[in-house]
Design a protein around this ligand. Structure first.
Ligand code: ADP
Length: 320
């Protein structure tokens, strides 16, 4: 358990997932609702393992928005920073993993409530009380929410929070790869903590050789910790003074959705009350082992939010 507030900022949405696996969206016989959105997943991940989390973002004033706010509340996430926009609709996504291994997406965001968040609507009280402010939105490019996002990050930093960043790259949502890279790097340069997947690192460096040199090529002077997640192989970590890797756990994986968010939530929760861990390699490795365990457990159940572990499950995997 931790007591410092982790504010996770961005979108919460509903994924509609086919009732059977391995079909295209057009072939799906039906869909089930799976609440998600990386920033919301992170907030719930923190809360499940005993941390203090708030979610800040905008939801539609519709059945889906109310359902999502209810899920945050049930999970103990502070929702004072949620805006409801009259007339705006909650973001929806239709998502499937086809038999050929390709992911197929269709978003309902034209525009959705999260994209309509305005800078003047931000709950600054919640944002300024963050010890760690986590940003992981997929909507960095769209106005008016882009201005709101930039303001929220600045307000949190000015109030003394660490800025944590997960680019959550969804290339099809960007006008061009160049623009995605440029905009992601503009946040990257301000972040204290960054988590990327190996695939994102490949994209950002433009090289398919993912090694320490590639990771370090994206280092910036203010950065305190860079994490590269490697799926079942765990993660690599880089700080100013040391770097290395921490092995993952072998589990019975059924669906990897939310693994990265679970990993981030666990990491933030473990360091929020003691940021000096970032300078202590042995302690940091313990934290990353815990975060790898959280990510691994999340892959053993379908969906993101239902699969996020409680602290007791994590301890069981670590000690079992
Ligand atoms: P993302 O979801 O952001 O793409 P990853 O898939 O690399 O990130 O997963 C994040 C973390 O979750 C990994 O670092 C690892 O600890 C854990 N994880 C992911 N997939 C698996 C898996 N198949 N088996 C065990 N652990 C996993």
């Amino acid at each position: 358990a931790s007591s410092g507030l982790i504010v996770s900022f961005g979108e919460m949405l509903i994924d509609f997932v086919p009732t059977v696996s391995g079909v295209s969206l057009a072939e799906a016989p039906g869909f089930i609702k799976a609440p998600g959105g990386a920033p919301a997943n992170v907030a719930i991940a923190v809360s499940r393992i005993g941390g203090k989390a708030a979610f800040v973002g905008k939801l539609g004033d519709d059945e889906f928005g109310r359902m999502l706010a209810g899920i945050l509340k049930e999970n103990g996430v502070n929702g004072e920073g949620i805006n409801f926009d009259e007339g705006a609709r909650t973001a929806l996504a239709f998502v499937t993993l086809r038999a050929d291994g390709e992911r197929e997406f269709m978003f309902y965001r034209n525009p959705s409530a999260d994209m309509l968040l305005k800078p003047e609507e931000l709950n600054l009280e919640v944002i300024r009380s963050a010890k760690i402010f986590h940003y992981g939105s997929i909507s960095l490019i769209v106005e008016p929410c882009r201005s709101a996002h930039l303001k929220a990050m600045q307000e949190a930093k000015d109030a003394g929070a660490l800025l944590s960043y997960d680019p959550n790259l969804r290339l099809p949502l960007w006008p061009s790869p160049e623009e995605a890279r440029e905009q992601i790097m503009s946040i990257w340069e301000k972040a204290d903590l960054i988590k990327v997947s190996d695939v994102e690192l490949e994209f950002l460096t433009g090289s398919n050789k993912i090694d320490d040199a590639a990771a370090m090529s994206l280092w910036h002077p203010g950065l305190k910790l860079l994490l590269v997640t490697l799926g079942e192989d765990g993660c690599r970590y880089y700080t100013k003074n040391f770097h290395g890797s921490v092995e993952g756990f072998h589990v019975n994986t059924v669906d990897t959705t939310g693994a990265g968010d679970s990993f981030v939530g666990a990491l933030l929760c473990q360091i929020v009350d003691n940021l000096s861990i970032l300078e202590d390699e042995a302690k940091l490795r313990e934290v990353l082992k815990f975060a790898n365990a959280c990510g691994a457990i999340t892959t053993t159940k379908k969906g993101a939010i239902p699969a996020l572990p409680k602290e007791s499950e994590v301890l069981h995997l670590l000690n079992g």
